[in-house]
Design a protein around this ligand. Structure first.
Ligand SMILES: *[C@@H]1O[C@H](CO)[C@@H](O)[C@H](O)[C@H]1NC(C)=O
Ligand SMILES: *[C@@H]1O[C@H](CO)[C@@H](O)[C@H](O)[C@H]1NC(C)=O
Ligand SMILES: *[C@@H]1O[C@H](CO)[C@@H](O)[C@H](O)[C@H]1NC(C)=O
Ligand SMILES: *[C@@H]1O[C@H](CO)[C@@H](O)[C@H](O)[C@H]1NC(C)=O
Ligand SMILES: *[C@@H]1O[C@H](CO)[C@@H](O)[C@H](O)[C@H]1NC(C)=O
Ligand SMILES: *[C@@H]1O[C@H](CO)[C@@H](O)[C@H](O)[C@H]1NC(C)=O
Ligand SMILES: *[C@@H]1O[C@H](CO)[C@@H](O)[C@H](O)[C@H]1NC(C)=O
Ligand SMILES: *[C@@H]1O[C@H](CO)[C@@H](O)[C@H](O)[C@H]1NC(C)=O
Ligand SMILES: *[C@@H]1O[C@H](CO)[C@@H](O)[C@H](O)[C@H]1NC(C)=O
Ligand SMILES: *[C@@H]1O[C@H](CO)[C@@H](O)[C@H](O)[C@H]1NC(C)=O
Length: 324
């Protein structure tokens, strides 16, 4: 009898409670009430296995006070789903470095080990959330956090907020604004304004098609985080949307990226800026493809004065690029 009671008590210790019960016990009343107002999210969480980041009542109140409209159920569902990471639970135990965790909302959050514990990063420009307490539940872990996580904004808003205005202007002038606004599941290598200024004199003699090729050389299909590059150490032939390849290396300190036309590589200045379904790395040099290769095909049937102009511009660009 005594043995049975002892075993039952032990089982209760190791068998965690349901998600809702643990949230209730943690006084997560605001989160529970918001979840209850979105039936699809409530249903998903009732059988959810994985990691839930649970902002405190104060954190959620601050988000509403800052202007978030919790009555807009689409926006609310988006924010709530951004707090849930399905799959192998992230316990946070013995965690070092950083990791990107893909949420139910489809965008990732970044967990970063800091001296005080674990921080969770969300949209560009929003404060990092600190994990203040971690609690197991029967499907994984709940981490109580002191800030609401905000899903990444669209690429145009993020680029504007990150002061990547020369890039946006160049994309618009080259007729690529709509293309870029419609992108997802890509990595954008985004030169700073200063990087564009450095090639301004070269760029003035390039055709729109050449500028398009240069700009599309900054977009890589798929999501490549800085941690992927650091782990791999070298990605020698990364294809881009211009069909030109890039060479990407981690030199032990910095991530360096070169196009075929760059004399010295670009350095990543700010890694892993999150935009909606896109990751951005800010770089200090415009990536230059091999413009000679692009000019060779297709061969113009007739040498026109504009073709001569292109060739002169190309030679100037390729020559100048070796001095960048
Ligand atoms: C969560 O795990 C439980 C137990 O393994 C399983 O019965 C349930 O179907 C899982 N839920 C989902 C949404 O996969
Ligand atoms: C629960 O949270 C509310 C609102 O933030 C607070 O007023 C209350 O004191 C908390 N209760 C406990 C037991 O921590
Ligand atoms: C909040 O969202 C609801 C539902 O979409 C809408 O009816 C209401 O006007 C919004 N309130 C504000 C202040 O925008
Ligand atoms: C964390 O590290 C401690 C001691 O270093 C070890 O006992 C424990 O098993 C580790 N936990 C996990 C989840 O790896
Ligand atoms: C944005 O870029 C412009 C032009 O390069 C620069 O003058 C300005 O200081 C930058 N602003 C910020 C906030 O970095
Ligand atoms: C651009 O073309 C003009 C006119 O042909 C020429 O004077 C100028 O040197 C060229 N600029 C560069 C950077 O090649
Ligand atoms: C994202 O792009 C990569 C590379 O093109 C591809 O392998 C992957 O299947 C894509 N993922 C999604 C969810 O579309
Ligand atoms: C890149 O190559 C693919 C397949 O060969 C082709 O469909 C696409 O149009 C090319 N894109 C550019 C910008 O040249
Ligand atoms: C890595 O590249 C950066 C930027 O070019 C440079 O400052 C640094 O010295 C390099 N580090 C090593 C170990 O080569
Ligand atoms: C650029 O392409 C041309 C033509 O395909 C080739 O001859 C040249 O070696 C390439 N240059 C570089 C730097 O890759």
């Amino acid at each position: 009898m005594k043995v049975t009671i002892a075993i039952t008590a032990l089982l209760q210790l190791v068998t965690a409670d349901t998600l809702v019960n643990v949230l209730t016990g943690a006084n997560e009343t605001t989160l529970l009430s918001l979840v209850t107002s979105v039936p699809t999210v409530l249903t998903a969480l009732q059988t959810f296995n994985g990691t839930l980041f649970a902002p405190t009542n104060d954190a959620l109140a601050a988000t509403v006070n800052a202007g978030f409209n919790a009555s807009d159920l689409t926006a609310l569902a988006n924010v709530l789903e951004y707090h849930a990471v399905p799959g192998t639970p992230f316990s946070g135990a013995n965690f070092t470095g950083s990791a990107f965790l893909t949420t139910l909302q489809k965008n990732p959050v970044e967990a970063v080990a800091v001296s005080s514990g674990i921080q969770i990063h969300s949209a560009f420009g929003t404060p990092a959330a600190n994990v203040v307490k971690s609690l197991p539940y029967d499907g994984g872990y709940i981490h109580i956090i002191d800030q609401t996580l905000i899903p990444p904004a669209n690429i145009v808003d993020v680029a504007t907020a990150a002061n990547l205005t020369a890039l946006l202007t160049a994309l618009t002038s080259a007729g690529l604004a709509t293309t870029v606004a419609g992108l997802s599941n890509v990595t954008i290598l985004a030169p700073t304004n200063a990087a564009f200024e450095a090639i301004a004199s070269v760029a003035e003699n390039l055709t729109t098609d050449q500028i398009k090729t240069i700009l599309l050389t900054h977009i890589v299909p798929g999501i490549v985080y800085s941690t992927d590059i650091i782990t791999a150490k070298s990605l020698p032939k990364v294809n881009t949307l211009s069909n030109q390849t890039l060479s990407i290396q981690f030199n032990g300190t910095n991530v360096l990226i070169s196009g075929a036309g760059n004399k010295s590589p670009a350095t990543v200045l700010v890694a892993d800026v999150l935009a909606d379904k896109i990751v951005v790395h800010v770089i200090d040099t415009v990536l230059l493809p091999n413009l000679t290769a692009t000019a060779v095909s297709p061969t113009p049937t007739k040498a026109t004065s504009s073709a001569v102009g292109i060739t002169v511009g190309l030679v100037a660009a390729v020559v100048a690029s070796y001095f960048l």
